[in-house]
Write a protein that binds this ligand. Structure first.
Ligand SMILES: C[S@@+](CC[C@H](N)C(=O)[O-])C[C@H]1O[C@@H](n2cnc3c(N)ncnc32)[C@H](O)[C@@H]1O
Length: 221
């Protein structure tokens, strides 16, 4: 059952409790590996202190960021997700339940903000982008992982019980969304065939649209 009238399906405890199971499937493991390679490329040359993660979910990515030395404050508005993430006992992470549209931090506070597939599920994208802009220091970096509207999962999202609640982004929408901060850099991966077979590393990938688009932008000083 969905909680209240919101796009955020992850407020529902049943959905939250099933979330990590995907990463245990063969497809989930492969997708995770490809996405982490892409995001690692963006983090490699950035300072590691004073990061904010938005929409930490079950803490699956938080664990990866923490293992890679990022010092993080992590925010999600789902009590059910918070409970699961906290149970993982991560070091160097402060977990907070808060709405990304009303962040409890002062202006120009963070050196970096990272968010993996959260903006797709927020109720008011404009408010969340304003908050990101407000709490990110000038010269700081915003890194996003997004779901591509042009990919097979994007085109078929209404057949999926979770994705049907999401707004997938086209590459142009991502560029438009980030251009207020500076000049975004995009990379992509996770190519699915029509039968949802992963094509990365095969010749066939050139015939498909990537499902995952990562973007990074430095906020103008
Ligand atoms: C698809 S999950 C992604 C979780 C994690 N980043 C990952 O990739 O495994 C989206 C997350 O965004 C959170 N979320 C959605 N709207 C939010 C909001 N307005 N404020 C904070 N978190 C939000 C949800 O509760 C959920 O945990």
């Amino acid at each position: 059952m969905k909680t209240k009238n919101t796009r955020n399906i992850f407020l529902t405890p049943e959905i939250a409790s099933e979330y990590d199971a995907y990463y245990q499937t063969e497809t989930g493991k492969l997708v995770d590996k490809i996405e982490k390679e892409i995001i690692s490329g963006y983090l490699r040359n950035l300072p590691k202190t004073n990061w904010l993660e938005l929409g930490f979910g079950t803490g699956h990515w938080t664990e990866f960021f923490s293992e890679n030395g990022l010092q993080l404050t992590a925010v999600d508005n789902s009590q059910a997700m918070l409970k699961i993430a906290r149970s993982k006992n991560m070091e160097n992470v402060e977990f907070l339940q808060a709405d990304a549209a009303r962040l409890p931090f002062p202006d120009d506070h963070f050196s970096g903000i990272i968010s993996i597939t959260m903006l797709e599920f927020v109720d008011d994208l404009g408010l969340v982008l304003n908050e990101i802009d407000r709490v990110l220091k000038p010269g700081g970096t915003l890194v996003l992982g997004c779901l591509n509207a042009l990919s097979e999962p994007g085109k078929n999202k209404n057949n999926d019980p979770v994705f049907q609640h999401a707004h997938f982004f086209t590459p142009n929408e991502i560029i438009e969304m980030l251009s207020r901060f500076g000049s975004p850099r995009l990379s992509a991966g996770v190519y699915f065939s029509l039968g949802f077979e992963i094509l990365d590393g095969t010749e066939k990938q050139s015939t498909a649209e990537p499902a995952f688009i990562a973007a990074s932008v430095e906020k103008q000083k």
